[in-house]
Design a protein around this ligand. Structure first.
Ligand code: SF4
Length: 332
């Protein structure tokens, strides 16, 4: 049976508008002030102005990772001196740290383990951590490497709100940075997380020697997922001695801010998180990032292995900028 015109249109209509690199580049390459104005305008349409969500991150298992991510000091394959591998942290210690983070104002607690993927024998403790942090009234997030569909469902059932799994860079540049897993592996885990009903946290790292097109393509991949990630961390590489990228040239802060702004325009309802690398940024660069639509940060003294500006410094910067911490439970 022939379809009527209107039915044919409905069948062919895409589920959502997809970004092309050319469209994204047009946004990215505008005069800086125009880009920032567009990003801040989009931001205010979807989020309250002057509010930033605060997450705290804890490394529950450090070092000895079998993956070869060229930026990471936790890789057992890095060329230089290795970080010693720790055991998985006791559940009670994780919960004590989470209580401290909550008292310090963090609303989301992120727990990270240096694994290729969690082993079955570790799942019980990991599940207990999620349940315990959830019982404190905080949002929960984990980053444990690749997840099977069954593991994703188990974590969701334990109360995990978010799963972090960064795509790091563009598909084209990915194999220059990591060879032990593929870009497609990353997307598969993101799909498993989504299918299990969890929120997705996925972003990348800038300053790894990638081109502007790589940065744009990374955001095109994220924005074109069936559902954009609720949380998009944008990291600035901190070159760590002994890693493959120890001598990487720093990214121009203006290009960094442009990428934050592009993320805001392409993923208007996602939290765009200023993540690793804030210690290397001036207060002025951070302020420009907030103006460009970044509305989430990690607080606390350290990220997984890199320094983070201390809470006092962040509180002072927020006061100077008139920024308030976002209330718990806001979407994304
Ligand atoms: S980034 Fe994660 S997966 Fe890669 S080496 Fe470091 S800990 Fe392992």
């Amino acid at each position: 049976m022939a379809l009527s015109n209107s039915t044919a249109t409905a069948v062919q209509a895409p589920l959502k508008a997809l970004w092309t690199r050319m469209e994204a580049r047009r946004v990215y390459a505008q005069p800086f002030m125009d880009l920032i104005l567009q990003a801040q305008t989009v931001h205010r349409r979807h989020f309250p102005a002057n509010e930033v969500q605060m997450s705290q991150l804890l490394s529950i298992k450090t070092g000895g990772c079998p993956e070869d991510c060229g930026y990471c000091s936790q890789s057992a394959r890095m060329p230089g001196e290795k970080l010693s591998a720790s055991k998985l942290m006791e559940v009670e210690r994780v919960l004590a740290e989470a209580r401290k983070a909550k008292d310090g104002g963090a609303t989301r607690y992120c727990m990270g383990a240096a694994w290729r993927s969690p082993k079955e024998r570790d799942m019980e403790m990991v599940v207990a951590m999620v349940e315990g942090v959830k019982a404190l009234g905080m949002e929960t997030c984990m980053t444990l490497g690749m997840l099977s569909p069954a593991q994703a469902i188990r974590l969701k059932d334990a109360g995990l709100d978010y799963y972090n799994h960064n795509i790091d860079t563009s598909e084209r540049y990915y194999s220059e940075i990591i060879t032990t897993r593929s870009f497609a592996d990353r997307l598969e885990t993101l799909d498993n997380v989504r299918q299990a009903g969890m929120k997705v946290c996925a972003g990348g790292i800038l300053g790894m020697g990638e081109t502007e097109d790589d940065r744009i393509d990374m955001l095109v991949t994220l924005a074109n997922l069936p559902e954009a990630p609720e949380s998009v961390p944008i990291n600035m590489l901190i070159p760590i001695p002994g890693t493959q990228l120890e001598n990487a040239a720093p990214i121009d802060p203006i290009d960094f801010v442009r990428t934050v702004a592009l993320a805001r325009v392409m993923m208007p309802t996602s939290h765009v998180r200023l993540s690793a690398g804030r210690t290397e940024m001036s207060d002025e660069t951070q302020a420009l990032c907030f103006l460009a639509g970044a509305n989430s940060i990690f607080v606390g003294e350290t990220l997984l292995t890199a320094d983070n500006p201390g809470e006092d410094h962040d509180a002072g910067l927020f006061r100077r900028l008139g920024i308030k911490p976002e209330a718990p439970g806001a979407a994304g």
